[in-house]
Design a protein around this ligand. Structure first.
Ligand code: AMP
Ligand code: ZN
Length: 442
């Protein structure tokens, strides 16, 4: 079966042919671990998990290497460490932040049904490799030290900007970026910067400092996948500057024509028609959602939209996903050993068309339905726990929403009535900072 994937580099859907079918190699940019992951961050985790499963099916489980990194050095992490652990030595404070956040991320993505990647390297374990790449870039005339930084010289790379299709001259003319006097071009980006005592740092030929963001992924992907590999993924906000700059570093350091052959980017997720933001109060963390919704429902809801399309994440969509899954689980227990039918596999192989694959399950025989569900990473474990006899979870979610609407309209008689009606059914509501949850009255 031929897998076809849309490649951001060529802007076409191409037949996928691995460099080495015995070891298909994929890298996906992982989280920066300073805060709870939100439901938008769940999208690349779920999308590339489905691709991982498809590749394992096609090439064999032992013949696919999937690397997703952990970014554990970043100025946002420093700021969080100083804020949350002001009395502690900086290293300890940082470790507290990153270890807790990383553990939370692992719990989140496991609940969403994602397989663990083959390797999950942490950036701080690859500082030596980053330094080596930077030295190589300097030696080859692609980087320079200036103003307490080492910078990549974008004008030294003739096709810089090819992924995002940016033109260097246009950028220079239109650049609104404050031109740092020490830079040769306003878009020259940081490979290494010196640290002061309040910042984490490692010794290097340029003094005690820390890496820029982009260099991490060049170092970790090369360490596990080599200087040329098959697939590189992430959300579409990463195309520029992050992926463009990863390509520049890797290709110029290694003298290779490509870094990854296929570049894949998932579209963005918004919530109830709006961009998610803390100030709008629609910032949904994965762990917050998991208090109310089984991970399988969140996963299913995500896969109903094609990965390159924007998603509008709504409660109505979640409820519908819940109903569909519940109906399917009544007739088919997901199979660990996939036996999906041809229509299902064809849809998935066509640039990971999960909505078409799911649509095919509506017509499938029970066995093919069970196989399709198992293939997509559904297990019916969480729903079995959540589905307590006599409790209509969807109706409760609807009642909670109606109560919220009543409260917004300042109709407190109605909102109290809804709460009391639920209480009469043995359901206790709990209002918290992330929304309303419920439990069964003991
Ligand atoms: P970050 O920790 O912000 O670097 O994001 C981790 C991953 O989540 C990256 O692949 C981002 O592209 C992706 N991402 C962040 N926000 C969203 C969103 N709202 N929708 C989809 N993907 C997102
Ligand atoms: Zn990256």
């Amino acid at each position: 079966m031929t897998i076809r994937l849309f490649n951001t580099l060529t802007k076409t859907k191409d037949d996928f042919a691995p460099i080495d079918a015995a070891n298909v190699r994929m890298y996906v940019c992982g989280p920066t671990v300073y805060d709870f992951a939100h439901i938008g961050n769940a999208r690349p985790a779920i999308v590339f998990d489905v691709l991982y499963r498809l590749l394992r099916h096609e090439y064999g489980a032992g013949h696919v290497t999937y690397v997703r990194n952990i970014t554990d050095v970043d100025d946002k992490i420093n700021a969080r460490a100083l804020r949350d652990f002001p009395g502690l030595p900086l290293n300890q404070a940082i470790r507290n932040v990153t270890e807790k956040t990383e553990a939370q991320y692992h719990a989140d993505v496991a609940a969403l049904g994602c397989l663990a990647p083959t390797h999950e390297p942490r950036a701080t374990d690859y500082i030596a490799q980053m330094v080596a790449i930077i030295e190589q870039l300097i030696a080859r005339g692609h980087a320079y030290a200036a103003g307490g930084e080492v910078l990549f010289d974008i004008q030294s790379m003739p096709d810089y900007g090819a992924l995002s299709r940016r033109n260097l001259d246009e950028q220079q003319a239109g650049a609104r970026v404050a031109v740092d006097a020490h830079k040769k071009h306003p878009h020259d980006f940081v490979l290494w910067k010196l640290s002061d005592d309040n910042e984490p740092g490692w010794d290097s030929p340029w003094g005690r400092g820390r890496p820029g963001w982009h260099i991490e992924c060049s170092a970790m992907s090369a360490a596990y996948l080599g200087t040329e590999f098959d697939i590189h993924g992430g959300g579409l906000d990463l195309i520029f500057p992050h992926h463009e700059n990863e390509i520049a570093q890797s290709r110029c350091a290694h003298g290779t024509p490509v870094m990854a052959k296929t570049w894949m980017h998932n579209g963005f997720l918004q919530v109830e028609g709006e961009k998610m933001s803390k100030s709008l109060g629609n910032f949904l963390t994965i762990s917050g959602l998991l208090a109310d919704w089984p991970g399988e429902v969140l996963r299913f809801n995500m896969l109903k939209t094609h990965y390159r399309q924007p998603i509008d994440f709504t409660l109505a969509g979640l409820r519908e996903s819940w109903k569909t899954l519940e109906r399917w689980y009544d007739v088919a227990e997901p199979l660990a050993n996939p036996a999906p039918d041809a229509a299902f596999l064809e849809a998935l192989s066509d640039d990971l068309n999960t909505p078409a694959a799911i649509a095919s399950l509506h017509q499938a025989e029970d066995v093919a339905l069970a196989g399709g569900l198992g293939f997509l990473g559904f297990s019916n474990v969480q729903m079995k726990i959540t589905r307590k006899p006599g409790v209509d979870i969807v109706a409760i979610a609807q009642a909670i929403e109606a109560r919220l609407a009543a409260r917004k309209a300042k109709n407190f008689a109605e909102s109290d009535r809804i709460r009391d009606e639920l209480l009469a059914q043995g359901i206790v509501l709990k209002d918290g900072p992330t929304g309303t949850t419920w439990e069964i009255k003991r």
